[in-house]
Design a protein around this ligand. Structure first.
Ligand code: ATP
Ligand code: MG
Length: 551
């Protein structure tokens, strides 16, 4: 490609409306353009890198026998009837001109299983593996981090159908291997972690996490091979035999002290002496979650227990409806509210808790004062908690979830009636698995791990072009002649010929910013048939004969 004809606009400054470095660089380097919050245009450079990732994904999925196809993204809403509640506001719902309810596909388990259901009669047709690379639409509550959490994004989604648990296990392991290959080939530093299956059930799931400080996922790892998403880490609990010192709770004034932090200062106590009380709205019901003051509520555990579609913090107005006041909630005398406490609360004595009145708390409260409907494992694990496998203390890391593999077992086949006749002529539900990769999120994660002060540093197989040919002076006939000769010889489909009329410095800066891995500088040694090969990643520069260029 000749850059003089190319559609490329780079920027001197970082955009002000992107929040992380990978997205700032993608916009600055002219890979993508923001269309609206959570919606992006893929410009020629970004489009090419996305295509290169897709090619690697295709090669690995084809290798394990999955067939590529394409579902519509505009779908009948009724296809999702059985779990439409769980998508809640995340699903883009639309009507056509005849008032038919349509939607933009957020994920495609249902259309795929309905397709297979129609075609499937006998065990002889199994296993089946299908995949597509297609746009997905989710009205994310907080679209951010550019392509990482967008409203429209590209996903590779795959679905498998097996005759039994053993078959699903074999397929799941093959996909896991394919995912390891894919993420290794795109050059990511990643770790697979055990993750939560969510309210949709199924027996196993793992997420592929790119290691990164901007990751939204917390991973606990002890190095024994058991890395787990914080959402999923079970917290062990042993009942202690601590006895209360006080037999009566005492009302104290706590003006303007609503958070544990403010109370710690005001009452001069430890965080662990407070009972943290958080009110949620779970669909249309109120739930009070109680954890020790130095702990956090694990909302995944709470959501799974409640089997709700939407879990959100109650609004200030909601507190009146449960007979309490925001910031001063106590687990007594509440109305219309289920109270769930973390197991550790069993061991708390003489603690501080809200009194359901403004600027008021109780001190020296005890469990006998409270009305608790259920105790369960409700808290987030913390660094130092013991690994459930080896017992060593775990450390916390941040990760970007780039892929997710699930065993759904017979969840979808039973709810949508996808059955087959087995070897004995018996009707059985098919065992399914589903497997996703966020293509844009993967590109973002690669950049998040590979950049420097000059710009993007992509690996050769993901960079939009492997080579750039850069004549120092485009008015110099000798240089241009040699540059043309190199361009004619190389794979023009993977090379940019920088024949723009701008200064050398400007053009070099651009090529460094967009992260071309090999820059062939044609300068003063052109007459001797020599060029400088500049490796962007290692900053190595070497003078070589053009015959020695390896394309
Ligand atoms: P998250 O917990 O980050 O919301 P998810 O569990 O909703 O992810 P899946 O439904 O498993 O994600 O989707 C499969 C893959 O699609 C994810 O692993 C991720 O790489 C990608 N993905 C999901 N949501 C988005 C999004 N809003 N923007 C970009 N990629 C996404
Ligand atoms: Mg999500």
């Amino acid at each position: 490609m000749r850059l003089s004809n190319y559609f490329l606009k780079t920027y001197k400054e970082y955009p002000s409306d992107e929040d992380i470095i990978s997205q700032k660089l993608l916009v600055k380097a002219g890979y993508i353009k923001k269309h609206a919050q959570g919606i992006y245009e893929y410009l020629p450079l970004g489009f090419r890198s996305m295509e290169k990732i897709k090619t690697i994904i295709r090669e690995e999925m084809d290798k394990i026998g999955f067939c590529e196809m394409q579902m519509p993204t505009l779908l009948m809403q009724e296809v999702y009837d059985k779990r439409i509640k769980f998508f809640g506001k995340e699903m883009f719902k639309i009507k056509d001109r005849t008032d038919k309810d349509l939607c933009l596909g957020p994920t495609h388990e249902e259309p795929f299983i309905l397709l297979v259901k129609d075609a499937l009669n006998s065990y002889k047709q199994l296993p089946i593996g299908l995949y597509q690379i297609n746009n997905k639409y989710r009205d994310e509550i907080r679209p951010r981090f550019g392509l990482m959490r967008a409203k429209e994004f590209v996903m590779k989604d795959a679905y498998s159908y097996d005759k039994d648990e053993t078959g699903l296990d074999v397929t799941y392991k093959k996909v896991k291997q394919a995912y390891n290959n894919i993420f290794n080939r795109v050059g990511l530093d990643f770790v697979p972690v055990i993750s939560d299956n969510g309210v949709m059930g199924g027996s196993a799931s793992e997420e592929f996490m790119a290691k990164s400080s901007v990751g939204e996922a917390d991973i606990l790892d002890c190095g024994c091979g058991y890395a787990v998403n914080l959402e999923k880490v079970e917290c062990s609990f042993e009942k202690a035999n601590t006895k209360p010192k006080f037999d009566k709770k005492k009302l104290v004034k706590t003006p303007n002290s609503k958070t544990v932090e403010q109370l710690v200062n005001f009452l001069n106590k430890n965080e662990a002496e407070f009972l943290k009380a958080i009110v949620y709205k779970a669909d249309d019901k109120f739930v009070l979650a109680l954890v020790r003051g130095d702990r956090e509520v694990n909302e995944t555990k709470l959501t799974n227990y409640l089997k709700c579609a939407n879990l959100e913090l109650a609004s200030v107005d909601d507190f009146v409806k449960i007979n309490s006041v925001a910031g001063f909630v106590g687990a007594f005398d509440l109305k219309n509210c289920l109270t769930i406490a973390d197991n550790e609360v069993h061991n708390m004595v003489d603690f501080v808790i809200g009194a359901n009145k403004t600027d008021t708390h109780y001190i020296n409260a005890n469990l006998s004062d409270l009305k608790i409907d259920k105790f369960m494992d409700l808290r987030n694990a913390v660094e130092g908690d013991k690994c459930p496998l080896c017992g060593k203390p775990m450390t916390m890391k941040k990760g970007i979830e780039v892929g997710h593999i699930f065993k759904n077992d017979t969840h979808y086949s039973e709810s949508l009636g996808c059955t087959f006749l087995d070897e004995n002529g018996k009707m059985k539900p098919v065992h399914t698995g589903c497997y996703g990769i966020g293509v844009g999120r993967t590109l973002s994660a690669i950049i998040e791990q590979n950049f420097d002060e000059k710009g993007i540093v992509l690996p050769e197989n993901i960079a939009p072009y492997k080579y750039a040919i850069l004549p120092v002076n485009i008015k110099d006939e000798k240089q241009m002649e040699l540059a043309e000769k190199i361009y004619a010889k190389c794979d023009q489909n993977d090379a940019l010929f920088d024949d723009r009329k701008d200064t050398f410095g400007f053009r070099m800066k651009d090529l460094e910013l967009i992260g071309i891995p090999n820059i062939i500088v044609v300068g003063k040694n052109a007459e001797q048939g020599m060029v400088e090969l500049y490796k962007r990643k290692t900053d190595e520069k070497s003078l070589i004969k053009i015959e020695d260029l390896n394309f």
